[in-house]
Design a protein. Structure first.
Length: 187
């Protein structure tokens, strides 16, 4: 069984996290641990028709953003990795500086120190030099940066097609197969 930590921050793009959670929820061999920031909860209401209860029901375990005593705050908690989607630049900066002031940044810090896979889906544009330096610092530490940049070789027809492709890229990072038949197979 795989065990993943999913962090949702207050950046726009909550639908990326929801789609990831929905797809993981369909996989009985993946255990999901969820933590949402305060602003993620506000964006959930602003950007989607989902309730907090609906999103939390997609995870096996949900934690409060301020619960620094949570299982996922410790390196002794065995996990295959962590995804932060969407990742705000505040969260990226905190992780890059080792500032674990909440459970998302603390769990990311633990993921890095234990040399487990950390995937960040940054949602900001344009990116400043500060943002790029923070993302570069994390990439040098082994973090995989997977920004939600759409592909068009698969001829997407809907927003969901674009979101599906992003989720596929995230799941690929953890070698979790998806039912996506829109992969590039050569010309």
């Amino acid at each position: 069984m795989k065990r993943l930590i999913i962090g949702i921050t207050g950046a726009s793009g909550t639908i990326y996290a929801i789609d990831l959670l929905e797809k993981l929820h369909q996989l009985p061999d993946v255990e999901v641990h969820l933590v949402m920031s305060t602003w993620a909860k506000k964006n959930l209401a602003l950007e989607t028709a989902y309730t907090l209860k609906q999103v939390q029901a997609l995870a096996d375990v949900s934690y409060s953003i301020n619960d620094q005593g949570a299982a996922i705050a410790s390196g002794s908690f065995l996990a295959d990795g962590m995804v932060i989607a969407p990742a705000s630049m505040k969260t990226v900066a905190g992780i890059a500086c080792g500032f674990g002031d909440n459970l998302i940044s603390r769990a990311a810090d633990v993921t890095i120190k234990e040399q487990r896979k950390l995937v960040i889906v940054p949602r900001e544009t344009p990116l400043s030099v500060i943002h790029l330096e923070n993302l570069t610092k994390l990439a040098r530490l082994g973090t995989q940066i997977i920004p939600p940049i759409p592909a068009f070789y698969n001829q997407p027809k809907t927003i969901q097609d674009l979101v599906d492709h992003q989720t596929m890229k995230i799941l690929d990072a953890f070698q979790i197969p998806t039912k996506n038949d829109h992969r590039w197979e050569g010309d």
